[in-house]
Design a protein. Structure first.
Length: 993
RNA sequence: GCGGGUGUGGUGAAAUUGGUAGACACGCUAGACUUAGGAUCUAGUGCCGCGAGGCGUGGGGGUUCGACUCCCUCCACCCGCACCA
């Protein structure tokens, strides 16, 4: 419109005014008014206690980044909002909150670059997010908003940390218990009979315990606490200056930024999540998540069952004696197939058992292995390396001596860092044995292992003493039984899940409620929480490599006991592991959540978010939930009962094609083709575009220069170039806008289609700034309205599927809402309703829609819901229906999807403002759909040929007779007798010829 | 390699228990009303064929009166895991 003259503007508005177009469905006015109404009246405030049943709908809360929301973010929020509104209509007391996961790296990186406090940028970003979300008309109860970075919130994150510190895992009771209980046990009987998840080595008596100093006792207890300080191998990312959790490292580089990660031994806080491995696994069976996410978690936890077996190191061969190598195996049934042992190069026994003869080689191998990064070791799988130690182990059953090797295919960090090698049953062992010429013993009956190992569990065991003739499954049990009986091992379950590192060397995160006295950590008492973030001069590590918090003066902290505070901060997942609980009671000053409130609200009924948090947030939140359950603070063990993972919305980039060909021209004029005005060719002309065409276009724009095809060298090629999608509509490029966009297009020559339009190609890819394909919801809200955006995002396809964003269809949805509006209004945009009895047809349309839309909501099929509304409005328009009863019901039905227009129409129908959100969801009455006859599709050999209408109460025989008598049927029978006629009453007739 | 998912017109898709494949929408074609349009209405639009008709849900096979739907097998793409003993 900006390009139009003043004159034309006047005519434009005159026309709009005259035709009343401007007054029709004025979404800008309607949506603004209703949003204000909802905010003022707190329409969506959830009551903490109610006679109504509760329903908790939660979205994964966003990290408020500087880029704002793009159209992919609201997809899940819209779906959950529709569902929340639906549940309100069904009479539920709905908890539907929103907040911000506002601690995190990007704000801190920005702070480092600009010196601005991350709190400032975080607040600005939150304001932007809030503004964007408000535009879409979500029914959030904003009074419950939480921000993980606010001290009122992280006070309780710190408090939960303290509870974890104050607990240990009692394996007998299979739950967390207070440390005081453990101390009492130690005082009474030492640690010998304590069955705990721990990493304390050795035993002590009650007397020995009592004799320990406070520092010694503290150190022992650390090995039992559910969060503990320990020197552990961590993923250190030098570029980010911090450690990362396993789930934050992907293929050996950091998930954020892709920086290299190395292993480093550091004193860090860790979470003893291992204690919950089994419950995290079994709990999956009680929740309604996708198999994909459950499998990812199962995989991450990595349970394997088998036996741990101790092999004695042979007395004569080893340098020192009395050593045992403990291995874990899932196939104890193959123990007679062991022909060597392999230790990880880092295994602590390596140096002690290596013979003099091999010492130099072993040292060299270890050195080389240590140089390889985790990543190299992972990618270099095919290259078989290893080194004999010269030592031998004694086979516990046969007493035979087997060689002990080291090899980097054995991981120090899994199991015991040592394996018993069974080359006949394990391909890696087989490869290793072949490569180094070690004996391969076959212990399977009638199995050929000359070409490779046999890893299946369906063979009979042979050559194995007491296991002979047993199938694998039985043999495993028998072997474990025998191993335990003879006392050199026992059945064991091993988990791949590691304890989670909980310290980050960053500024913008929760401070620990911990201070140190003589390097012994102490907890800050509850009454002094929260420990707030101190001010620092820079957000960088100190010169000594201490975390940024070490820059803070003692006086800058709001707590000053001991020698110093903890300088690390908590990781991003700390705050997000329990935020769903705080929404229930966001302002509570004395508890993280009141017991009565969590007893009422219980866990999240429906959780919607991306699947990318499968092994991070979703696992940690389950862990903390189980822990809080163990302590009796909350009444459930799983935080998120049902989860839906929305698909990613991909961008649709627009691409134009630049002619690329070398050209020889007069040096005075231009040196090469690249300095000529670029020529862009419309999509459909691309394939037929010739050198002559190119020359023609050039000549037209350089009147005075004699171009000819002789100057062209080689063949014409096209370079695809991304253009900003804001200049493109329905793949047609606004070439003038494009010229003004960037200098390189200013003098471009565009070769359009025959109709003068310039068509772009397109590419479906992730939305990104550099591809000029980012769509923000803001523009669409302004242009079409929030209701259109909401319905369109749903209309795009199934929620779980990832799909390209394409605004082409948005007009269709917008027009649908206009059509809906017209049902209620006459030509002058006055409300016009028939208050009489609805027609049979209208009732049928309505109830068909009630049924379908209701079913669609129940199975989260939001896209078909929109289609059904369209069908309904199309039918009612055809029927010229403006019946008040029908339209009122339809308005309620559509209100979860398009709440603004529904509110407006609701009032126009004569109802009280704001009451539609708590109206009653229309009840389906089958009576209106009852038909007396059915139009039967008549098929021949399964192919539908024509239709015939018969009464529904007509008998099968009668229908068969009628069908065969029909002249149309005679044609298809071609005079033959049908072999069989299938009549399915109310469905179909199939004639078999 | 293992696990999960997807595959249907020019496009996004629908088909809920095996029963009319392509609803709904975009786009496109023709027309009406208009004539500076993000408007409305009518008709058409899976492919091949003038037509009768034939073909058609990634490919091949099977079960069935009847298969997008169930079974076997192969292929392509996406996601996750990957020396886990």
């Amino acid at each position: 419109m900006h390009a139009k003259s003043l004159d034309s503007l006047c005519i434009y508005y005159l026309w709009r005014f005259k035709s009343n177009e401007a007054m029709e469905y004025d979404f800008r006015k309607i949506e603004k008014e209703w949003r204000e109404f909802w905010a003022e009246n707190k329409t969506f405030k959830a009551e903490d206690f109610s006679d109504k049943p509760k329903y908790y709908v939660l979205d994964m809360f966003p990290y408020p980044s500087g880029a704002g929301l793009h159209v992919g973010h609201p997809l899940g929020y819209i779906a959950s909002d529709i569902f929340a509104r639906y549940k309100r209509l069904q009479g539920y007391n709905v908890l539907h909150p929103m907040g911000y996961d506002s601690f995190g790296l990007p704000a801190e990186q920005y702070a480092i670059q600009t010196g601005q406090h991350p709190e400032k940028t975080t607040k600005e970003n939150i304001a932007r997010y809030r503004g964007q979300m408000d535009k879409i008309g979500f029914s959030f109860d904003w009074d419950r908003e939480v921000r993980t970075s606010s001290p009122e919130y992280y006070k309780w994150t710190q408090w939960i940390f303290k509870q974890l510190f104050d607990c240990w895992y009692d394996k007998d009771a299979d739950k967390a218990a207070r440390i005081a209980e453990l101390v009492a046990t130690f005082e009474a009987q030492g640690n010998a009979n304590v069955n705990a998840e721990h990493d304390f080595e050795g035993t002590f008596t009650a007397e020995e315990w009592k004799a320990m100093s406070e520092k010694e006792q503290s150190s022992v207890l650390m090995s039992y606490r559910l969060t503990y300080l320990a020197d552990s191998w961590v993923n250190w990312c030098p570029a980010l200056g911090t450690v990362l959790a396993n789930d934050e490292v992907v293929n050996g580089v950091s998930e954020r930024g892709g920086h290299p990660v190395e292993q480093k031994l550091m004193r860090q806080w860790s979470m003893r999540i291992k204690a919950y491995a089994e419950r995290l696994l079994t709990g999956l069976e009680t929740i309604d998540w996708t198999d994909s996410i459950k499998d990812q978690q199962r995989n991450w936890i990595g349970k394997s069952q088998g036996a741990s077996v101790r092999f004695k190191v042979d007395f004569d061969s080893a340098q020192s004696t009395d050593h045992e190598i403990e291995v874990f195996t899932t196939r104890p049934d193959t123990i007679f197939g062991v022909s060597f042992m392999v230790l990880a190069p880092e295994h602590p026994l390596v140096d002690q058992i290596t013979t003099e003869e091999f010492a130099a080689d072993v040292a060299e191998y270890k050195r080389q292995a240590s140089l390889k990064s985790e990543r190299d070791r992972q990618s270099d799988v095919k290259n078989i390396t290893g080194q004999n130690t010269g030592a031998f182990a004694v086979h516990p059953f046969t007493g035979e001596k087997v060689q002990i090797w080291i090899g980097d295919y054995v991981l120090a960090s899994y199991g015991t860092g040592a394996v018993m090698a069974v080359p006949c049953g394990d391909q890696r062992d087989w490869d290793f044995a072949k490569h180094f010429g070690i004996e391969i013993i076959n212990i399977f009956e009638d199995i050929d292992i000359s070409e490779g190992a046999y890893a299946e569990k369906d063979a009979m065991i042979a050559n194995s003493d007491f296991l002979n003739g047993l199938p694998a499954k039985k043999a495993i049990k028998t072997a474990i039984h025998e191993i335990e009986k003879r006392g050199f091992g026992k059945g064991k379950t091993q988990y791949r899940l590691r304890d989670a590192v909980f310290s980050r060397q960053r500024y913008w995160g929760e401070p620990f409620p911990v201070y140190y006295k003589d390097e012994v950590p102490h907890l800050v008492p509850d009454e002094d929480l929260p420990i707030t973030l101190p001010e620092v001069d820079k957000y960088l590590p100190t010169e000594d490599g201490e975390p940024p918090l070490a820059r803070a003066d003692k006086s800058a902290w709001n707590y000053q006991k001991g020698d110093r505070m903890e300088f690390n901060t908590m990781p991003g997942w700390a705050g997000s592991s329990w935020y769903f609980l705080r929404y229930m009671d966001p302002d509570n000053q004395s508890e993280f959540v009141a017991k009565e409130k969590v007893d009422y609200w219980q866990n999240v009924d429906l959780y919607i978010g991306g699947s990318e948090h499968a092994t991070g947030h979703l696992l940690y939140a389950r862990f903390w939930t189980k822990f809080l359950y163990d302590l009796g603070y909350i009444p459930f063990e799983e935080p998120f009962q049902k989860m839906i993972n929305q698909g990613m919305i991909l961008g649709r980039s627009s691409i134009i094609y630049r002619v690329s060909i070398d050209m020889k021209v007069d040096e005075k004029r231009v040196d090469s083709g690249s300095q000529l005005k670029p020529v862009f060719v419309s999509l459909r002309r691309k394939d037929s575009f010739t050198k002559e065409d190119y020359i023609r276009y050039l000549s037209k724009h350089y009147n005075d220069y004699p171009f000819s095809t002789d100057m062209l060298i080689g063949e014409i090629d096209f370079t695809p170039i991304h253009v900003d999608i804001s200049f493109v509509e329905n793949d047609v490029l606004d070439t003038e806008a494009c010229r003004h966009w960037r200098p390189e297009f200013a003098y471009a020559i565009f070769a359009p289609e025959d109709d003068g339009k310039f068509l772009c190609g397109h590419e479906v890819e992730k939305m990104s700034k550099s591809k000029y394909n980012v769509q923000t919801p803001d523009d669409l809200c302004d242009d079409f309205g929030a209701d259109t955006l909401r319905m369109y995002e749903m209309f795009l396809g199934p929620l779980e599927q990832s799909k390209p964003w394409d605004t082409k269809g948005i007009n269709g949805v917008h027009n649908f809402l206009r059509k809906l509006w017209r049902l209620f209004h006459d030509k002058n945009n006055e409300v016009s309703l028939d208050e009489g009895t609805p027609s049979k047809d209208a009732l049928k349309t309505l109830h068909k829609t009630i049924k379908k839309v209701g079913d669609d909501l129940e199975r989260f099929s939001f896209n078909t819901g929109v289609s059904n509304f369209m069908i309904c409005v199309n039918e009612l328009t055809d029927q010229k229906c403006n019946n008040k009863h029908i339209l009122e019901q339809l308005t309620i039905l559509i209100s979860p999807y398009a709440p603004h227009i529904a509110e407006e129409l609701w009032v126009r129908l004569g109802n009280q403002a704001g009451t539609i959100s708590y109206a009653k969801f229309p009840e389906f009455n089958e009576e209106h759909l009852v038909e007396s006859s059915h139009e039967y599709p008549i098929s021949f050999n399964g192919k539908m040929r024509f239709k015939l209408e018969f009464p529904l109460d007509m008998s099968k025989d009668q229908i068969e007779k009628e069908v065969l008598a029909n002249e149309n049927a005679q044609k298809w029978l071609e005079g033959k007798d049908p072999k069989k006629v299938i009549v399915v009453p109310g469905k179909i007739v199939n004639v078999v010829i």
